[in-house]
Design a protein around this ligand. Structure first.
Ligand code: TYD
Length: 206
């Protein structure tokens, strides 16, 4: 089973991915956690280029191709072998991040982004995608509270993050059988309960 988590920055998806992993591990389910961009030596090197605040001259087309390059490597090197070995794979961001950020956020052609996703993943799609939906205003508040150094994507404008949020909701509407949209403003334990409600029956089926 292949599960992905999506949402704008500070939506709480990493917290939820980790809660789910802990629960599965407690049940002795073999599980692998990966994050994008990253997760392999090559993909982590690409991540550094993508998130480095000094790389402000990066063209949107370059950005798209780098995310895809990082994705291609993690799919071939880690995700596919882990699935074949019978693991539940939980990925923090995947194909929908490129549709939302580079497609809706940067305004690149959505058909092209989809084609590149297909190429980079050899059409490996998640079985289930949890979209943690929060308003860009709450995201901005959480960002300020965190206070840590922000990366190249996080320093983008409120409008950019608002387009991404709307884009995610459109993606979810178009594929309701894959997406589960959750209100990311609920208490973390409540969100986890809703996620578990969806995952548990699938586990029992397999
Ligand atoms: P993430 O690892 O979620 O950031 P953090 O560790 O700071 O929470 O993601 C890094 C950034 O990359 C994030 O701003 C979203 C962006 N991104 C894209 O724009 N396109 C993509 O395809 C992916 C996977 C991420």
């Amino acid at each position: 089973m292949f599960i992905t988590f999506e949402g704008i920055d500070f939506s709480g998806k990493t917290t939820q991915a980790k809660k789910l992993i802990r629960r599965l591990q407690n049940m002795q389910v073999p599980v692998m956690y990966v994050r994008e961009p990253g997760g392999t030596k090559i993909s982590e090197a690409i991540r550094d280029i993508l998130l480095d605040r000094k790389n402000l001259e990066m063209h949107a087309n370059t950005e798209l191709l780098l995310y895809m390059a990082a994705r291609s490597q993690i799919v071939q090197e880690i995700i596919k072998p882990a699935l074949q070995a019978g693991n539940v794979v939980i990925c923090d961001r995947y194909i929908d991040s490129s549709m939302a950020y580079q497609g809706y956020g940067r305004g690149l052609d959505l058909v092209l982004v989809r084609q590149l996703n297909d190429f980079a993943t050899t059409q490996l799609k998640p079985d289930m995608t949890f979209l943690l939906d929060i308003s860009p205003d709450l995201a901005a508040q959480r960002r300020q509270r965190k206070g840590r150094q922000q990366d190249r994507m996080e320093i983008e404008t409120r409008e950019f993050h608002a387009r991404i949020r709307d884009g995610y909701l459109k993606l979810a509407e178009a594929e309701p059988q894959r997406f589960v949209v959750l209100n990311g403003e609920l208490a973390s334990e409540e969100i986890h309960r809703l996620i578990w409600q969806k995952v548990e029956p699938q586990l029992n089926q397999r």
